[in-house]
Design a protein around this ligand. Sequence first.
Ligand SMILES: *[C@@H]1O[C@H](CO)[C@@H](O)[C@H](O)[C@H]1NC(C)=O
Ligand SMILES: *[C@@H]1O[C@H](CO)[C@@H](O)[C@H](O)[C@H]1NC(C)=O
Ligand SMILES: *[C@@H]1O[C@H](CO)[C@@H](O)[C@H](O)[C@H]1NC(C)=O
Ligand SMILES: *[C@@H]1O[C@H](CO)[C@@H](O)[C@H](O)[C@H]1NC(C)=O
Ligand SMILES: *[C@@H]1O[C@H](CO)[C@@H](O)[C@H](O)[C@H]1NC(C)=O
Ligand SMILES: *[C@@H]1O[C@H](CO)[C@@H](O)[C@H](O)[C@H]1NC(C)=O
Ligand SMILES: *[C@@H]1O[C@H](CO)[C@@H](O)[C@H](O)[C@H]1NC(C)=O
Ligand SMILES: *[C@@H]1O[C@H](CO)[C@@H](O)[C@H](O)[C@H]1NC(C)=O
Ligand SMILES: *[C@@H]1O[C@H](CO)[C@@H](O)[C@H](O)[C@H]1NC(C)=O
Ligand SMILES: *[C@@H]1O[C@H](CO)[C@@H](O)[C@H](O)[C@H]1NC(C)=O
Ligand SMILES: *[C@@H]1O[C@H](CO)[C@@H](O)[C@H](O)[C@H]1NC(C)=O
Ligand SMILES: *[C@@H]1O[C@H](CO)[C@@H](O)[C@H](O)[C@H]1NC(C)=O
Length: 436
Amino acid sequence: MLLGQELLLAPIASADPMPTCSRHQGCHLHPLPVPGAGPNHLASSAGAISSYALELNLKNSKNATCLYAKWRMNFTIDYETTSKSNKTVTISDLGNATYNGSICGDDQNGPKIEVQFGSVFSWTVNFTKEKSTYLIESISFSYDTNDSTTFPDAKKKGIFTVHEPVAFRIPLNDIFRCNSMLTAEKKDVIQHYWDVHVQAFVQNGTVSTKEFLCDKDKTSTTVVPVTPTTLPSPTTTPAQKEKPEIGSYSVNNTNGTCLLATMGLQLNMTQDKVVTVINIKPNTTDFTGSCHSQTALLRLNSSNIKYLDFVFAVKNENRFYLKEVNVSMYLVNGSVFSIANNNLSYWDAPLGSSYMCNKEQTVSVSGAFQINTFYLRVQPFNVIEGKYSTAQECSLDDDTILIPIIVGAGLSGLIIVIVIAYLIGRRKSYAGYQTL
Ligand SMILES: *[C@@H]1O[C@H](CO)[C@@H](O)[C@H](O)[C@H]1NC(C)=O
Ligand SMILES: *[C@@H]1O[C@H](CO)[C@@H](O)[C@H](O)[C@H]1NC(C)=O
Ligand SMILES: *[C@@H]1O[C@H](CO)[C@@H](O)[C@H](O)[C@H]1NC(C)=O
Ligand SMILES: *[C@@H]1O[C@H](CO)[C@@H](O)[C@H](O)[C@H]1NC(C)=O
Ligand SMILES: *[C@@H]1O[C@H](CO)[C@@H](O)[C@H](O)[C@H]1NC(C)=O
Ligand SMILES: *[C@@H]1O[C@H](CO)[C@@H](O)[C@H](O)[C@H]1NC(C)=O
Ligand SMILES: *[C@@H]1O[C@H](CO)[C@@H](O)[C@H](O)[C@H]1NC(C)=O
Ligand SMILES: *[C@@H]1O[C@H](CO)[C@@H](O)[C@H](O)[C@H]1NC(C)=O
Ligand SMILES: *[C@@H]1O[C@H](CO)[C@@H](O)[C@H](O)[C@H]1NC(C)=O
Ligand SMILES: *[C@@H]1O[C@H](CO)[C@@H](O)[C@H](O)[C@H]1NC(C)=O
Ligand SMILES: *[C@@H]1O[C@H](CO)[C@@H](O)[C@H](O)[C@H]1NC(C)=O
Ligand SMILES: *[C@@H]1O[C@H](CO)[C@@H](O)[C@H](O)[C@H]1NC(C)=O
């Protein structure tokens, strides 16, 4: 939609030796002083997503976040050896990265992120502000072939730097997201970036949850979702969000399977008027739980869900229901969103049976969080031999039977149909749902 957002980091000039300045030799070893702004503070945010290789929450002198980024990257470098053969160095473990030199920016200098891994590699990205947008301007990557441990027998020794003009233009106060792989390839260096979230010029110290997607993510969400962490952009999510895949979850105790659940789950979060809808992907979601005589727990978690608990309880010694939902999610801006409600009353059915609802149903946990379920079937108690018992079906599903009949029968048949529906409704229990 916006201009200037090219998909790839277009390669330009080939790697040049850069003999002047290196981290190795002590250049830019400390954050640059920001005139009139005091020192910058680096902090990794609380509850950080450990699965992000790199995460930076850069704060200004007032201790307010000015720049936030989490991302993954790796590099492959080819070099020539003294024996005229070629060797390849790959860098993918960036666990010990430091961020010295990263700055919030001021009137003279734009913000930048500087990353060092070991003394051999350094990486920089800089940003500029425009009227209503900001620009991820360019990326530089340097490596030092003087290091004979990393680059044994390198023929050309020196510091080599590759520059990539990026020119991603992002609306101010939006967080840029690109889960898809971005690749920059040159003669000697291949750079990969993915799972990128970055916001420069953060306003009022609050990192946005409003995402601005790279083009690759836009197409990947409408065609094939490529990554488990794919979150839809509030601005681009169409109303007809695709249905979630159906997952099968179970909990075992010493006697075997004690809880069964089969369902498609869609989470709907609202924060600062921004709605985020997330489909749970069963094959990248883990589940655990526990079973007791009066309560049962099913807990899901994934890369962006810290935990999602469904707590079931028994009432009047003859029925079960969903009593509590307790959820904690990682937001794109590095914060954690948590909500619990232990006073719910959903999915009510007799003990010894299962609860079933094929139609979309909504569990409203709070004004800001609801769960849409699809093709739901649960049995949190009295599971025998790992199989569902007779299903008690939700009233929504009854409509699917009634509506075509009503339409077909027309007005004249309506009274008869209502009588039949009433009789069906009274019988309520349906036998024989062993598969969906
Ligand atoms: C980089 O910063 C870390 C702490 O953030 C510090 O321990 C280290 O000495 C710094 N490295 C250099 C080369 O200044
Ligand atoms: C970089 O990461 C991508 C995606 O995870 C992977 O396919 C590739 O093999 C990695 N390359 C290196 C050099 O580790
Ligand atoms: C960003 O970095 C590139 C490459 O190092 C440089 O040419 C450009 O002037 C920098 N821009 C700003 C605003 O510092
Ligand atoms: C930041 O704060 C100012 C003044 O309080 C307000 O006018 C502005 O809308 C805020 N910006 C954002 C993005 O919240
Ligand atoms: C992330 O976004 C939420 C909701 O807009 C906000 O409450 C929170 O302060 C933000 N986190 C950061 C680190 O700015
Ligand atoms: C396992 O089954 C036995 C016999 O039905 C029962 O007494 C026991 O409480 C069960 N154990 C658990 C953990 O449910
Ligand atoms: C539970 O036990 C059944 C066999 O009783 C086994 O097939 C299944 O994999 C177990 N599930 C879990 C989550 O451990
Ligand atoms: C998500 O929740 C909002 C606010 O409750 C609601 O307006 C919207 O229709 C919901 N979307 C979905 C897909 O459930
Ligand atoms: C998850 O499921 C999708 C389609 O159902 C499949 O394409 C993908 O490879 C699966 N991913 C994993 C990690 O199993
Ligand atoms: C779920 O949580 C467990 C334990 O905290 C963790 O080991 C696992 O990696 C998580 N699963 C996913 C898909 O993130
Ligand atoms: C939600 O779960 C967390 C973590 O297990 C727990 O600390 C918290 O007390 C729970 N909240 C409610 C209302 O149950
Ligand atoms: C629980 O919900 C019921 C009805 O939904 C309400 O009457 C009751 O006050 C609620 N209790 C609490 C502790 O919120």
